[in-house]
Structures are given as C-alpha cells and as structure tokens.
Design a protein around this ligand. Structure first.
Ligand code: SF4
Ligand code: SF4
Length: 567
C-alpha cells in the first residue's frame, strides 16, 4: 500500500490486522465553525486529570486566582500540574462528580469566574526553541500541565524523555472514531500550531523523521497542514486510509512504519514516539507563548444535541453548561457518552466537568443508540478475532474474564486490548465483550495493587527483623568484649577458695566482719569523748551528787514496789 505524503511524495504504508469501516457521522459537528464557549458560573477542576499521582491543591477556599496561575501540583515524577482556566475566586475544594466510568466523585477545585479574564504572569515565550537545551523545554512542557489529549492523559514531558534513540516521531491526526471532529477542526483552523509543535518535538527527540498522519476522510485538514510546511521541511504529512481504529498507537505505528510494538511493550522500544495533534498544538503554545493547558477543543455531537459542533472551551466547564451552549438537548437523549461511540463511556451525569483528555461529548438518541439486545451464548463464530486490531482472541479473553480467571486472561494478552470495541460491534450474540475486558483489567490492577502492598509490608517486616537481629548481635558482642576486658585485668589477691560458692561466702563474711569492726571502733571513739563533768565548781559538783543520790533512792524504791504483790 502506498500513500501520498508531503507535497506529492509517496510513502509505503502497511496494514494492521482486522479493523472496521464504520459510518463516520462526522458531518454532524463539522457543519458549523469553531465556537468559543462562554464562561459558566462555576468551573470544576478535578485534581486528577492525568495518569499518575493526583495534583495537590496550592490554593485555599477564598483565594483569588488569575488566569493561567498554577493551582495544584505534585512532587511525583509522573504527574501534571493544574492551572486556573480564568481569573476568579476559589469557592470550594471538595468532591464532585468527575468524568469516569465508575461515576464516582473525586476532589475538585471549584472556581467562580470574575469575568475579567485577568492573566497571571506567564513564563517568557521561547521563540527560538532550537537555541535552548532539552531540559528547559521538558520543564516548560511539564510546568504547562500538558498531558496526552487524545484520551490517554499520560504526562507529555514524561513521554518525551524515553531514554532511547527515537527514529520516528508520529503526530497522530487520524481521529478515527465516528462523530469526533475536534482534531480535524484543530488541524484546519490551527495547522500552524500543530506543525510548530511537531518541529519542537522533532528538535527535542532528534528523530530522523516526523510524520503527521491524517485519515483520508479529512482533506481540508491535510491541505491546511501541507500549506504550513516549508520547502526544506523534514516533516511529512501522510494521508492514511480511513479504517477504524487506525488512530490506535500501535496500529498507527504499524501503518506508517511496518514495525510491531511488542506485547506489553512501548513504542519507544521500536524507536517511535506518538503524540496526538491536540497535545502537539498545546506544546507549541506552552513553548512559543508560555501558555499553560487551560482549555481545549471539544466536539459536541449526536442527534440528541440541537446545535452540534466544536467548541473551544475552558477546562472545568460542566457538560450541562456546554450542552446548553450548543442549543440544549433535543428530546430525551438515550445515551450521554464521553468520547466516541466505540471507545467512550457512559456519563452518569451531565454535571461532570470537561477535563484535559475529553475530546467529545455525545448525546445519542434512541435511533442512534438502540438498546442493546440481550446477550446470548457465544457460538464460537470467530468474527471477533477476525476484526481484532490487536490480533487477540477475544472469545478466549471473554471466557477467562467471565470466569474471573485473570491469570489466563493475562496470558491471552488482556492488557494488549485497546478496548476499541470492534469485537463487540460484530458479535452476533451481542455479548458486551469490552465490558468484560474492562472489568478483568480493573480486577487485575486491584490484585496487582494488593500484591505490591503485601510485598511492601513483607519487606518492612523483614527489615525490622534483620534490624533487631543486628542490634542483638551488637549487644552480645559488647558484652563479650567487656568480659574479655575484665579477664585481662591483673588478678586481685584473694584467700584460697574452695570454689565459686566458697568465694561468695568468704567475701560476705569478710564484709560483715569489716562492718562490725567499723561499728566497734566508732563506739569506742564515742566513749572516749570528754563528757561535760570536768572543771565544775564545788556547788555544781554538789548539785550533781544530790541528783545522783535522788536517782539512786528512786531506783531502790521502784525495786521494792516491783517485788510486792499487786492487789
Ligand atoms: S463474535 Fe461473539 S459469538 Fe462469535 S466467537 Fe466472538 S464472542 Fe463468540
Ligand atoms: S476490544 Fe480488545 S479484544 Fe476487542 S477487538 Fe478491540 S482490541 Fe480486540
């Protein structure tokens, strides 16, 4: 297979296994030009909008914040800071519904905009990005809070530090899911940002080639990108055939390079790094203008929305506010989906906010999304395996996931499943296969987490035991040394002893005798002390003698009384 790239140049392309041709439904949201979403009354910003550690608030309730100011960050190496999308006041930090398949709430910073759009002081633009070192650019991208905006939400700066030589940089503009057109809109309206971002990334990675891949159902976007390329450009825009899911990272690498990313491996292992076009444009804004990631393009589509289209919207705007700005609901929507109809998930509420990775809000009518028929037993037809772009055996994965046999599911490369939904789409038994895989993955992660925690607890226990053993050994060694030191002292002269008991007895006896001797000496000394009867006058002597006489006669009287019987 060959495709035209750059200006008339052809390039060999490869095909991935499986895939589907789906009705693309993209015209619905491309009928209108890009609209700027107006500021709502409140912006709700989840602290976790990325893969990795959640950011921690740097503001408190009541603080005034300026547009673009960092309001949350973390010291973790895999994280992304969060910035205020507009100026206003932090009115709450609390739990709010977030866009997640679980439908659970999570910690969010709530800002009440003041309508002034007053900017904070932004970092200096780096217009000559070729003159600065990689570390400066990485830090700028990290501080701008940029994550994979195609839905992966992996921090971009971490991905840009692969530690391996990168031969091919791929900018993913495939946008293969039905209904979604925000990347198409971005490439048409902001092709300069995409190409500038690609130049920055190519400079950083020093890749031999940079390919911007766009499906051939987006001719306007391809033309707009072509027009941005200079004569000496090393970047190529490659037109690829429309086939779902050509935008999958591994599938796109296969199409463009023929290389296969190994199971559970990363693209860097085959010398490739992929970034989505929205991420690439955000990187250009961060480097060339100093702007952090505070807004994004998002598609609102489906027959359940009155005026579908693409919006440039601040992060944190609620789905309900965006839908209201798109004319509101048409009738009773059957399904509200975040993302596309194949890989997206149902939103439990339209009170969930727009996050960095959210590219589409779909309101589908009952006609567009009829209720799924009841699942029947697997008939082992093998159609799911025929369309699986990851070359898996979906029916086996289904059996093991259903039986909660997670070990076997992993042996069948559960984690290579990209949840594209091709298998469920073709299954004649209407088995919701992807739901089983999502469940099995979540269970496996939970088990892995438990395993890691118990491993950590065991390490702590082992460390404590070895520390106690070391302390005991040290104590014994000290004692031994002390004894040896005592032994080496010259022996004190002793009476010959019969044995250990004899030694102790003799020592005790000697101590008693010494004490008795000391007491006797003390008494003698006291008796020898001069009494107060010397040098008396004759009168004093007579007084003493009279007193002695009285005492003696009293003593003889008492002796008589004691000898008489009492009555
Ligand atoms: S397509 Fe459905 S019925 Fe056919 S093998 Fe796969 S799971 Fe079974
Ligand atoms: S959802 Fe997973 S198993 Fe099913 S076709 Fe896609 S990659 Fe294959």
């Amino acid at each position: 297979m060959h495709a035209e790239s750059k200006k008339g140049k052809t390039r060999e392309l490869w095909r991935f296994h499986g895939g589907l041709h789906l009705p693309d439904q993209k015209e619905l949201s491309l009928q209108r030009p890009l609209r700027q979403a107006s500021l709502p009354k409140r912006l709700v910003l989840p602290l976790q909008q990325h893969i990795g550690a959640p950011a921690q608030p740097m503001v408190a309730v009541g603080d005034r914040v300026l547009k673009g100011a960092m309001i949350a960050d973390s010291a973790s190496p895999v994280t992304a800071p969060l910035h205020a999308p507009t100026s206003g006041t932090v009115v709450e930090i609390g739990e709010y519904p977030i866009p997640h398949p679980s439908g659970l709430a999570d910690l969010c910073i709530v800002i009440e905009p003041d309508g002034l759009e007053a900017w904070s002081e932004l970092p200096q633009p780096i217009s000559d990005f070729r003159s600065v070192d990689n570390q400066t650019l990485l830090q700028r991208i990290r501080d701008a809070g940029i994550v994979g905006m195609g839905g992966a939400t992996f921090p971009a700066a971490v991905k840009l530090n692969p530690g391996k030589p990168i031969k091919t940089l791929i900018i993913n503009g495939a946008e293969c899911e039905p209904y979604i057109t925000c990347d198409d809109r971005l490439m048409r309206d902001f092709a300069d940002r995409v190409v500038n971002g690609a130049r920055i990334l190519q400079q950083m990675l020093q890749s031999e080639e940079c390919l911007i891949a766009v499906e051939d159902n987006k001719p306007e976007a391809i033309l707009a990108l072509f027009q941005q390329l200079g004569a000496e450009e090393t970047i190529e825009v490659v037109r690829i055939p429309t086939l779902y899911p050509s935008g999958g990272e591994k599938q796109l690498i296969r199409i463009l390079t023929g290389r296969e990313v190994p199971s559970s491996g990363l693209p860097a292992q085959v010398g490739v790094i992929c970034h989505n076009v929205s991420t690439t444009a955000a990187i250009a804004e961060a480097v060339l203008e100093g702007r952090p990631l505070i807004s994004r393009l998002v598609t609102l589509s489906g027959e359940g929305i009155r005026e579908p289209g693409n919006f440039h919207a601040p992060l944190g705007i609620l789905a309900s506010d965006l839908i209201a700005q798109a004319g509101g609901y048409r009738g009773e929507p059957q399904q509200l989906i975040l993302g596309g109809p194949m890989m997206g998930f149902d939103l439990a509420t339209d009170r969930a906010p727009l996050t960095k990775g959210a590219n589409c809000l779909l309101c589908l009518t009952a006609k567009e999304a009829p209720r799924p028929e009841p699942a029947k037993a697997c008939i082992r037809c093998g159609r799911c395996a025929d369309v699986c772009p990851a070359n898996l055996l979906p029916q086996q994965l289904y059996w093991y996931s259903r039986a909660k046999d997670l070990e076997n599911a992993q042996d069948y490369n559960l984690f290579d499943c990209i949840e594209c939904g091709c298998c469920s789409h073709v299954c004649p038994s209407h088995i919701p296969l992807v739901q089983y895989y999502r469940y099995a993955k979540a269970e496996s992660w939970a088990m892995e987490q438990t395993r890691r925690e118990s491993e950590l607890a065991k390490q702590r226990h082992d460390f404590r035991v070895s520390r106690l053993e070391r302390l005991e050994a040290e104590r014994k060694a000290k004692l031994r040394k002390k004894k040896e030191a005592l032994k080496s002292k010259p022996p004190v002269a002793k009476k010959p002893q019969a044995g250990k008991d004899g030694d102790e007895k003799a020592a005790k006896q000697a101590a008693i005798e010494a004490a008795m001797k000391r007491a006797a000496e003390k008494k003698t000394k006291q008796q020898l002390k001069p009494k107060n009867t010397q040098n008396l006058t004759p009168a004093q002597q007579a007084q003493i003698e009279a007193a002695d006489k009285r005492r003696n006669s009293a003593a003889s009287n008492r002796g008589q009384q004691d000898s008489e019987p009492s009555n």
